[in-house]
Ligand binder design. Structure first.
Ligand code: ZN
Length: 243
Protein backbone atom coordinates (compact mmCIF):
# COMPACT_ATOMS: atom_id res chain seq x y z
CA UNK A 1 0.00 0.00 0.00
CA UNK A 2 1.23 3.47 -0.95
CA UNK A 3 0.18 6.69 0.77
CA UNK A 4 0.62 10.10 -0.79
CA UNK A 5 1.68 12.44 2.01
CA UNK A 6 0.87 16.11 1.44
CA UNK A 7 1.08 19.21 3.58
CA UNK A 8 0.50 22.95 3.34
CA UNK A 9 -1.20 23.02 -0.06
CA UNK A 10 -2.31 26.58 0.69
CA UNK A 11 -4.85 26.88 -2.11
CA UNK A 12 -2.21 26.43 -4.79
CA UNK A 13 -4.16 24.30 -7.27
CA UNK A 14 -1.50 24.34 -9.98
CA UNK A 15 1.03 22.88 -7.53
CA UNK A 16 -1.49 20.36 -6.16
CA UNK A 17 -2.50 19.10 -9.60
CA UNK A 18 1.14 18.82 -10.64
CA UNK A 19 1.90 16.72 -7.57
CA UNK A 20 -1.15 14.49 -8.13
CA UNK A 21 -0.14 13.94 -11.77
CA UNK A 22 3.42 13.01 -10.87
CA UNK A 23 2.98 11.03 -7.66
CA UNK A 24 2.48 7.66 -9.41
CA UNK A 25 -0.03 5.16 -8.03
CA UNK A 26 -1.23 5.63 -4.49
CA UNK A 27 -4.00 4.08 -2.41
CA UNK A 28 -4.65 6.90 0.04
CA UNK A 29 -3.88 10.57 0.59
CA UNK A 30 -2.78 11.75 4.02
CA UNK A 31 -2.86 15.52 4.24
CA UNK A 32 -1.29 17.43 7.11
CA UNK A 33 -3.44 20.57 6.98
CA UNK A 34 -3.40 24.14 5.70
CA UNK A 35 -5.29 23.20 2.57
CA UNK A 36 -6.26 26.87 2.23
CA UNK A 37 -4.78 30.28 3.00
CA UNK A 38 -2.27 32.32 0.93
CA UNK A 39 -3.19 30.89 -2.48
CA UNK A 40 -5.79 31.71 -5.12
CA UNK A 41 -7.82 28.47 -5.42
CA UNK A 42 -9.26 27.44 -2.03
CA UNK A 43 -12.53 25.96 -3.33
CA UNK A 44 -10.83 24.07 -6.14
CA UNK A 45 -8.15 22.61 -3.86
CA UNK A 46 -10.72 21.34 -1.36
CA UNK A 47 -12.87 19.95 -4.18
CA UNK A 48 -9.87 18.17 -5.69
CA UNK A 49 -8.99 16.55 -2.36
CA UNK A 50 -12.57 15.64 -1.56
CA UNK A 51 -12.81 13.70 -4.80
CA UNK A 52 -10.51 11.09 -3.25
CA UNK A 53 -12.47 8.63 -1.12
CA UNK A 54 -9.40 7.44 0.72
CA UNK A 55 -8.47 10.80 2.15
CA UNK A 56 -7.32 11.58 5.66
CA UNK A 57 -6.81 15.24 6.39
CA UNK A 58 -6.10 17.07 9.65
CA UNK A 59 -6.72 20.78 10.28
CA UNK A 60 -4.07 23.48 10.12
CA UNK A 61 -3.95 26.97 11.59
CA UNK A 62 -5.01 28.62 8.32
CA UNK A 63 -7.94 26.20 7.96
CA UNK A 64 -9.05 27.14 11.47
CA UNK A 65 -8.47 30.85 10.89
CA UNK A 66 -10.82 30.78 7.91
CA UNK A 67 -13.42 29.21 10.23
CA UNK A 68 -12.78 31.87 12.89
CA UNK A 69 -11.57 29.14 15.27
CA UNK A 70 -8.30 30.95 16.02
CA UNK A 71 -7.49 34.59 16.71
CA UNK A 72 -6.54 36.45 13.52
CA UNK A 73 -4.22 38.64 15.60
CA UNK A 74 -1.86 35.67 15.60
CA UNK A 75 -1.35 36.16 11.86
CA UNK A 76 0.88 38.69 10.12
CA UNK A 77 -0.99 41.31 8.04
CA UNK A 78 -0.44 39.55 4.68
CA UNK A 79 -1.56 36.18 6.02
CA UNK A 80 -4.56 37.82 7.69
CA UNK A 81 -5.59 39.50 4.44
CA UNK A 82 -5.37 36.15 2.66
CA UNK A 83 -7.44 34.47 5.40
CA UNK A 84 -10.19 37.09 5.08
CA UNK A 85 -10.16 36.82 1.30
CA UNK A 86 -10.37 33.01 1.55
CA UNK A 87 -13.28 33.25 3.98
CA UNK A 88 -15.21 35.26 1.38
CA UNK A 89 -14.48 32.76 -1.38
CA UNK A 90 -15.35 29.43 0.21
CA UNK A 91 -18.70 27.89 -0.53
CA UNK A 92 -20.76 26.33 2.23
CA UNK A 93 -19.89 22.69 1.45
CA UNK A 94 -16.21 23.43 1.56
CA UNK A 95 -16.56 25.38 4.81
CA UNK A 96 -18.42 22.38 6.26
CA UNK A 97 -15.62 20.12 5.10
CA UNK A 98 -13.02 22.32 6.83
CA UNK A 99 -15.15 22.20 9.97
CA UNK A 100 -15.11 18.40 9.84
CA UNK A 101 -11.32 18.12 9.94
CA UNK A 102 -9.88 16.63 13.15
CA UNK A 103 -6.84 18.23 14.78
CA UNK A 104 -4.96 14.92 14.70
CA UNK A 105 -5.24 11.43 13.27
CA UNK A 106 -3.63 8.25 14.54
CA UNK A 107 -3.00 4.71 13.34
CA UNK A 108 -1.05 2.02 15.21
CA UNK A 109 2.20 3.30 13.80
CA UNK A 110 1.64 6.89 12.71
CA UNK A 111 0.31 10.16 14.12
CA UNK A 112 -0.65 13.03 11.83
CA UNK A 113 -0.75 16.63 13.02
CA UNK A 114 -0.27 19.97 11.33
CA UNK A 115 1.88 21.62 14.00
CA UNK A 116 3.23 19.25 16.63
CA UNK A 117 2.01 16.29 18.68
CA UNK A 118 1.84 18.62 21.72
CA UNK A 119 -0.02 21.51 20.08
CA UNK A 120 -1.46 20.12 16.84
CA UNK A 121 -2.61 23.40 15.32
CA UNK A 122 -0.01 25.97 16.30
CA UNK A 123 3.38 24.73 17.40
CA UNK A 124 6.28 25.01 14.94
CA UNK A 125 8.80 22.19 15.27
CA UNK A 126 11.88 24.01 14.04
CA UNK A 127 14.63 22.62 16.30
CA UNK A 128 15.74 19.28 17.74
CA UNK A 129 15.00 20.73 21.22
CA UNK A 130 11.35 21.34 20.34
CA UNK A 131 11.17 17.95 18.65
CA UNK A 132 12.60 16.25 21.75
CA UNK A 133 9.84 17.65 23.97
CA UNK A 134 7.28 16.59 21.40
CA UNK A 135 8.45 12.98 21.30
CA UNK A 136 7.03 12.77 24.84
CA UNK A 137 3.60 13.60 23.38
CA UNK A 138 3.93 11.22 20.44
CA UNK A 139 2.25 7.88 21.23
CA UNK A 140 3.26 6.19 17.99
CA UNK A 141 6.71 5.43 16.57
CA UNK A 142 6.34 7.93 13.73
CA UNK A 143 4.83 11.41 13.66
CA UNK A 144 4.11 13.35 10.50
CA UNK A 145 4.03 17.13 10.87
CA UNK A 146 3.74 20.18 8.59
CA UNK A 147 3.35 23.88 9.38
CA UNK A 148 6.97 25.03 8.90
CA UNK A 149 6.97 24.25 5.16
CA UNK A 150 10.50 22.88 5.58
CA UNK A 151 11.19 19.18 4.90
CA UNK A 152 13.11 17.51 7.74
CA UNK A 153 13.50 14.31 9.76
CA UNK A 154 13.85 14.43 13.54
CA UNK A 155 15.27 11.22 14.94
CA UNK A 156 14.97 10.18 18.59
CA UNK A 157 17.94 8.27 20.00
CA UNK A 158 16.92 5.89 22.79
CA UNK A 159 20.43 5.28 24.07
CA UNK A 160 21.12 8.86 25.18
CA UNK A 161 17.65 10.45 25.00
CA UNK A 162 18.66 12.97 22.34
CA UNK A 163 17.12 14.13 19.08
CA UNK A 164 18.93 15.03 15.88
CA UNK A 165 17.67 16.75 12.74
CA UNK A 166 18.47 15.33 9.32
CA UNK A 167 17.65 16.64 5.87
CA UNK A 168 14.92 14.68 4.14
CA UNK A 169 16.75 13.31 1.09
CA UNK A 170 15.17 13.68 -2.34
CA UNK A 171 14.24 10.51 -4.25
CA UNK A 172 15.98 8.23 -1.72
CA UNK A 173 13.89 5.87 0.44
CA UNK A 174 14.12 6.49 4.19
CA UNK A 175 13.62 3.32 6.28
CA UNK A 176 10.97 3.79 8.97
CA UNK A 177 11.31 0.45 10.77
CA UNK A 178 12.46 0.41 14.39
CA UNK A 179 12.84 4.17 14.51
CA UNK A 180 11.16 6.96 16.40
CA UNK A 181 10.89 9.78 13.91
CA UNK A 182 9.08 13.02 13.31
CA UNK A 183 8.98 13.83 9.62
CA UNK A 184 7.89 16.94 7.75
CA UNK A 185 7.35 16.21 4.03
CA UNK A 186 7.55 19.92 3.09
CA UNK A 187 4.91 22.10 1.48
CA UNK A 188 3.02 21.50 -1.75
CA UNK A 189 1.91 25.07 -2.30
CA UNK A 190 4.38 27.39 -0.56
CA UNK A 191 7.83 25.81 0.06
CA UNK A 192 10.10 27.73 2.45
CA UNK A 193 13.40 25.89 2.26
CA UNK A 194 14.82 27.93 -0.61
CA UNK A 195 13.60 25.40 -3.19
CA UNK A 196 10.54 26.68 -5.06
CA UNK A 197 9.47 23.25 -6.31
CA UNK A 198 6.39 21.60 -4.80
CA UNK A 199 7.22 19.03 -2.10
CA UNK A 200 5.50 15.75 -1.24
CA UNK A 201 6.31 12.25 -0.04
CA UNK A 202 5.25 8.68 -0.68
CA UNK A 203 4.88 6.33 2.26
CA UNK A 204 5.22 2.70 1.23
CA UNK A 205 3.83 0.19 3.73
CA UNK A 206 5.26 -2.81 1.87
CA UNK A 207 8.85 -1.65 2.21
CA UNK A 208 8.17 0.55 5.28
CA UNK A 209 9.97 3.46 3.67
CA UNK A 210 9.23 7.08 2.97
CA UNK A 211 10.42 8.83 -0.18
CA UNK A 212 10.49 12.60 -0.52
CA UNK A 213 10.07 14.19 -3.94
CA UNK A 214 10.23 17.68 -5.44
CA UNK A 215 8.49 18.67 -8.65
CA UNK A 216 8.54 21.84 -10.71
CA UNK A 217 5.16 23.40 -11.34
CA UNK A 218 3.95 26.48 -13.23
CA UNK A 219 4.62 29.04 -10.49
CA UNK A 220 3.76 31.93 -12.80
CA UNK A 221 0.26 30.55 -13.39
CA UNK A 222 -0.41 30.59 -9.64
CA UNK A 223 1.13 34.04 -9.28
CA UNK A 224 -1.08 35.46 -12.06
CA UNK A 225 -4.18 34.10 -10.35
CA UNK A 226 -3.04 35.63 -7.06
CA UNK A 227 -2.53 38.97 -8.79
CA UNK A 228 -6.01 38.84 -10.28
CA UNK A 229 -7.39 38.12 -6.80
CA UNK A 230 -5.43 41.11 -5.46
CA UNK A 231 -3.67 38.96 -2.86
CA UNK A 232 -0.63 40.54 -1.12
CA UNK A 233 2.41 41.05 -3.38
CA UNK A 234 4.81 39.55 -0.84
CA UNK A 235 2.86 36.27 -0.93
CA UNK A 236 3.03 36.30 -4.72
CA UNK A 237 6.78 36.92 -5.04
CA UNK A 238 7.87 34.48 -2.33
CA UNK A 239 6.65 31.55 -4.45
CA UNK A 240 9.45 32.29 -6.96
CA UNK A 241 12.09 31.81 -4.30
CA UNK A 242 10.57 29.09 -2.17
CA UNK A 243 11.00 31.27 0.85
ZN1 ZN B 1 1.14 26.42 6.27
Amino acid sequence: MRILLLSDIHANLVALETVLRNAGDFDQIWCLGDVVGYGPDPNECIKTLRAYNNLVCVAGNHDWAVLDKVDLEEFNPDARRAVLWTRDQLDIQNLDWLHSLPDSFRTDHFTLTHGSPRYPIWEYVLTPATARVNFEYLDTPIGFIGHTHVPVIYRYHDDDDTVTAEPLPEDIPVPLDNSRLMINPGSVGQPRDGDARAAFAILDFDTMTLMHHRIEYNILATQLKMGQANLPMRLITRLSYGW
